[in-house]
Design a protein around this ligand. Structure first.
Ligand SMILES: Cc1ncc(C[n+]2csc(CCOP(=O)(O)OP(=O)(O)O)c2C)c(N)n1
Length: 596
């Protein structure tokens, strides 16, 4: 057991001999436990240097070794769900010496990436895609006459999503030769919740009873036949077994390989295994800030402004329900969940359900607030249209992490203006600071219909009370000459100095939908150029909305749109990603200068 993250690179003589899994397969089985210890030590050191996902990787050290030892990777294909647990896999598949570049520009990706390694069979970041992808790969291999095994690793958290069940259903129908390893650590980011999580817990109790007998004479629940849910679906189920015992793992993987058809191996593991602080606090050890940044002050973020707001609001209105699809901590909902447990629903990784549940709550007369990351709202696009907007239901969406994020394209939330704006009945607001954010949340809460407040990750700008919030009305920050900057959300903050320097008009647009069309008409009459700026894709974004209005009215004015260009911006510090997108004061100023 490790108690400290090492500051210097540990000695790892065995690990150093492994350039790829073919070297691993040269080791004797008795050496694998020592290798696991070295791999865990190296992982602690390496994540300490770079930051990144932490607990999940520590929990699959033995599994990763056993899989690459037992299977002939990369001919046999390993598909990881979410992919946040793949650092040990990266270390064993030729990337050990590049681990210090993780999450940096041109460095290793934080998730599996097809372009990075032949061992990364399928790219991920969002959860619960692995079984579908693996089934597709297995069917294509079979069709092409390729002899190989396809193996999936999926967590109990990821298994709660509808997509995983859709795939299980289809795998059974195809009787595909697929091995699913269920890595059950009873944790999502928070504790895993729901009927399935309870069912897995009963499976584990039954296993513990068989192995250790009743603890302190307690009666344990023996009603559960472990794995019956999978057996009934047509899978050969094995388990639950100890996912940290390499011998047990090898024995079971080898045995399963002898059978064709759908198979599921159920492992019991511990998130954060082998590092005492992570085992004790698996929630806070889901990911780690790099050591050198750990002492930085914790400032008020937009998520915490939301968390405080919703807790206050719930005390005054008992119609309010908070819904999160498995992101309680990240969304700032922990205090709410403690104070209002009956009106708090962590629905597990189930974004589609989260949105339609809200539609149902609104239909029943409650006022649901769905706290969801922009990137995960993408999963619930149809529910937004079909269940919420067509029925014009009273649902408030608090859309967090709507910004470029260091994890790169899988997690950056830069499409929501575009896809939400296309839906009739939706109102979309975006705050430039924490004061206006609270006004927007209040407004959205009172508003009778579907409403989005979208905000970025990070420290919330302090603000002062300005003009009151009115539906579809912007705020004029300053009047200037020749050009007007129409800033959406926090881009107002980088626009202020430019507007001052060049003596331009600056508008905090506040609403993406409905737009302040009256003001836009007026601005076109007294400026040569309207400049829109937003941290969202230019394609279909807020600037597009302004263009559409200007064109539809035949207004005479030049237009310049700044936002995220039509490409996926790779992982980096968000400040650098913004630079890459041209979302800086310097870029704004030079683009305006060249237009004028
Ligand atoms: C669609 C989607 N929703 C939410 C997330 C955020 N998320 C990342 S990891 C995780 C928990 C996954 O739990 P599990 O599959 O059990 O893996 P563990 O971390 O426990 O190993 C969540 C909710 C995500 N990646 N994708």
């Amino acid at each position: 057991m490790f108690n400290k993250i090492p500051n210097s690179r540990p000695d790892t003589p065995l690990l150093d001999t492994i350039e790829d899994p073919s070297d691993l397969r040269k080791l004797a089985p008795e050496q694998l436990t020592d290798l696991a210890r070295e791999l865990r030590h190296f992982l602690l050191y390496s994540v300490g240097q770079t930051g990144g996902h932490f607990g999940a990787g520590l929990g699959v050290i033995e599994l990763t070794i056993a899989l690459h030892y037992s299977y002939n990777t990369p001919i046999d294909q390993l598909i990881w769900d979410v992919g946040h647990q793949t650092y040990p896999h990266k270390i064993l598949t030729g990337r050990r010496e590049r681990m210090h570049t993780l999450r940096q520009p041109d460095g290793l990706a934080p998730f599996p990436s097809q372009s990075e390694s032949i061992f990364d069979v399928f790219g991920t970041g969002h959860s619960s895609t692995s079984i579908s992808a693996a089934l597709g790969i297995e069917l294509a291999n079979k069709n092409a006459g390729r002899e190989s095994h396809t193996v999936v690793v999926i967590g109990d958290g990821a298994m709660t999503a509808g997509m995983a069940f859709e795939a299980l259903n289809h795998v059974a129908a195809c009787q595909a030769n697929l091995t699913i390893v269920l890595n059950d650590n009873a944790m999502s980011i928070s504790e895993n919740v729901g009927g399935l999580a309870n069912y897995f817990a009963r499976n584990i109790s039954a296993y513990e009873l068989d192995n250790t007998g009743p603890v302190n004479g307690e009666q344990q629940d023996r009603d559960t036949t472990p794995g019956s849910i999978f057996t009934d679906l047509g899978f050969r189920y094995t388990g639950p077994v100890d996912g940290h015992d390499i011998d047990v793992l090898l024995e079971n993987l080898d045995a399963l390989r002898a059978h064709s058809g759908p198979k599921l191996l159920h492992l019991i593991t511990k998130k954060g295994k082998g590092y005492a602080p992570a085992e004790t606090s698996p929630v806070s050890s889901h990911s780690l800030t790099k050591l050198e940044k750990q002492s930085e002050n914790r400032e008020t973020t937009y998520s915490s402004v939301f968390g405080e707001w919703i807790t206050r609001k719930a005390a005054t209105d008992n119609r309010l329900f908070a819904i999160t699809p498995a992101m309680e901590e990240g969304s700032g909902l922990t205090q709410f969940s403690e104070q209002f447990p009956n009106r708090f629903h962590d629905v597990a990784i189930a974004e589609q359900h989260a949105v339609t549940l809200a539609a149902g709550l609104a239909t029943g007369g409650a006022k649901p607030v769905v706290a969801i990351y922009s990137t995960f709202l993408q999963r619930a696009f149809d529910q937004l249209i079909h269940d919420v907007a067509i029925q014009n239901l009273d649902v408030l969406f608090a859309v967090d992490r709507a910004s470029l994020l260091e994890d790169g394209p899988t997690h950056s939330g830069v499409f929501d203006y575009s896809f939400v704006r296309a839906i009739p009945n939706m109102v979309i607001m975006s705050p430039s600071n924490r004061v206006v954010m609270e006004q927007m949340l209040d407004f959205g809460f009172e508003y009778k219909g579907p409403c989005v407040v979208r905000y970025p990750r990070g420290t919330a700008t302090t603000g002062t009370q300005e003009s009151p919030l009115q539906l579809g009305k912007a705020h004029i920050c300053r009047n200037g000459k020749r050009a007007a900057i129409l800033a959406f959300g926090t881009t107002r903050n980088i626009s202020e100095s430019v507007a001052e320097n060049l003596d331009l008009t600056l508008i905090d647009m506040r609403f993406v939908k409905p737009l302040d069309t009256e003001l836009i008409t007026e601005l076109t009459a007294r400026h040569e150029l309207l400049v829109t700026i937003e941290e969202n894709a230019i394609a279909g974004g807020a600037g597009s909305a302004v263009n559409e209005y200007v064109i539809s009215q035949g207004l005479e004015c030049q237009l310049l749109n700044l936002g995220v260009p039509d490409l996926f911006i790779d992982q980096d510090e968000p400040a650098n990603m913004r630079k890459m997108a041209g979302l800086t004061a310097a870029s704004l100023e030079s683009q305006i200068n060249s237009r004028l």
